[in-house]
Write a new protein. Structure first.
Length: 82
């Protein structure tokens, strides 16, 4: 089973599509500035994280999650270690 980080990067690649090609999906990559995520992408990601990881991210919390690493930390903090 892939790690949460790997699973999240796969979700991001699926949601963002080819927009991620110039910048690899690394923990320091910023969702908007580096990966080109827009508000619809953020909404899709929010739903996907809840479905895949069982972690609900509130609408007002999402803007504070700036990097891929921020999302990984949020998911890890909400779940017991695997």
């Amino acid at each position: 089973m892939p790690s949460r980080s790997t699973h999240l990067r796969t979700l991001l690649a699926d949601i963002l599509g080819t927009e991620t090609e110039p910048t690899p999906i690394e923990p320091h990559a910023q969702l908007i500035d580096d990966l080109g995520a827009d508000s619809l992408d953020a909404y899709e990601l929010q739903i996907a994280i809840e479905e895949e990881f069982g972690v609900a991210i509130e609408d007002d919390e999402l803007p504070r999650l700036i990097t891929v690493g921020d999302l990984v930390k949020r998911i890890d903090n909400a779940q017991p270690p695997t």
